[in-house]
Design a protein around this ligand. Structure first.
Ligand code: MG
Length: 388
């Protein structure tokens, strides 16, 4: 059964469940375009997960990741020196790792992006040299703007807001989850850029970081992105930017670098969190329109239910009139059913009653809607409302 279910497409699954009836969880409201447990809400897109890394072997990325470096020498082409001219970088690919050549300067990706899940692994030199900010220093710069510090802090104190996995100059990590120098460290980062509109900050931007699977930054506010010595203040970021890796004079190595773009937040027109009333109304109108065009290819009860369901998202005189007319026909047909055949219609009547009850509860149909009253009376008369 489980396997059979997996073979169903999302669309047929949704349509099968719809056949069993919507009208279930709390209806859409001013800031939620979908009902609770709404089968019209899109299914999450399928992503084949990757594998985790070991010290000996980097893992594989999930199927929808954009790979920036997987160990192949030719991938150096995805990077360039962080100079205005963007010339080829002098960093080297050695033994499947992208290695900083001290003195050659930062590098940046040719690709530019913004909100993302970023996976990146790094290793400080196994030969320990220097101390504080001078030991195994590099840095992962999201959009080229915000440094998640890379530093050998395994046994090396430094200022806390410059610690490995600090948001440099903003916030120390909540823990030191580093492995020894020379070993691979894994950063998993969730990054949301600040959003401004007409000079107003709509969202300050946030960053979450896991080091070797340990959460060390929990939705840390960006406060302008941080930096060296100066306190940064909130500011707009560009639409997108490159990922940069820092040359801080130490031959730090990187491997297994990939990212997944994240969907837009509600504040920029997405539907991933609490939406504005205006955006919700637009989304609801879109869902209602889809349901009505779906209804147009359906017949009988299925058409009635789809039309009535569309009223949960947005009212429409024509859909309402036809839905109500079909509901009235349904009730009339049931009433015309000979007494000895009524029992065979019990389930469809109860389904109808459930839908009518739902629509009345959320004031989408009047409580005294005649077909509803007729079927309520019939259910009572037949004793179908009694629990056995
Ligand atoms: Mg650094």
């Amino acid at each position: 059964m489980k396997h059979a279910l997996l073979l169903l497409t999302a669309a047929s699954l949704a349509s099968n469940l719809h056949a069993a009836g919507g009208f279930y969880g709390d209806a859409p409201d001013a800031t939620h375009p979908w009902a609770i447990h709404d089968m019209n809400r899109p299914q999450p897109p399928r992503v084949e997960p990757g594998t985790f890394s070991s010290q000996d072997k980097p893992g594989t990325p999930p199927s929808d990741a954009i790979v920036l470096f997987s160990g192949r020498p030719e991938e150096i082409e995805k990077w360039q020196s962080d100079k205005p001219t963007g010339e080829p970088t002098k960093w080297e690919v050695k033994d499947g790792a992208l290695q900083c050549v001290p003195g050659s300067g930062y590098i940046r990706t040719r690709e530019e992006f913004a909100d993302c899940q970023l996976h990146i692994e790094w290793a400080a030199p196994s030969k320990v040299e220097g101390d504080s900010q001078g030991r195994g220093n590099s840095g992962v710069f999201l959009m080229g703007q915000v440094e998640v510090q890379v530093l050998d802090n395994y046994n090396n104190p430094t200022y806390a807001d410059g610690f490995a996995s600090s948001i440099y100059g903003i916030n120390p990590p909540m823990a030191n989850a580093l492995r020894a120098p020379g070993e691979w460290q894994v950063y998993d980062i969730v990054f949301r850029r600040p959003i401004f509109k007409d000079g107003q900050e709509l969202d300050p931007g946030y960053i979450t970081v896991f080091v070797n699977g340990v959460c060390v930054q929990d939705h840390t506010r960006l406060e302008g992105g941080g930096g060296h010595m100066k306190r940064s203040t909130p500011r707009p970021f560009p639409e997108k930017g490159p990922l940069k890796l820092q040359d801080h004079g130490n031959p730090v190595r990187y491997r297994n670098i990939w990212y997944r773009p994240l969907p837009k937040r509600a504040i920029e027109g997405g539907d991933t969190s609490l939406m504005s009333e205006q955006a919700t109304a637009a989304k609801r109108a879109g869902i209602a329109k889809e349901l009505r065009s779906d209804a147009a290819r359906l017949e009988g009860d299925a058409r009635m239910y789809r039309l009535l369901e569309s009223l949960c998202y947005a009212d429409d005189a024509q859909a309402r009139a036809e839905g109500e007319k079909l509901a009235a026909s349904f009730a009339q047909a049931v009433q015309a059913t000979p007494a000895d055949k009524l029992e065979s219609r019990k389930n469809e009547v109860l389904q109808f009653q459930k839908a009518m009850g739902y629509l009345a509860k959320f004031k989408l149909l009047p409580a005294d809607f005649v077909p509803k009253q007729q079927m309520d009376a019939l259910v009572k008369q037949q004793g179908w409302d009694k629990k056995k």
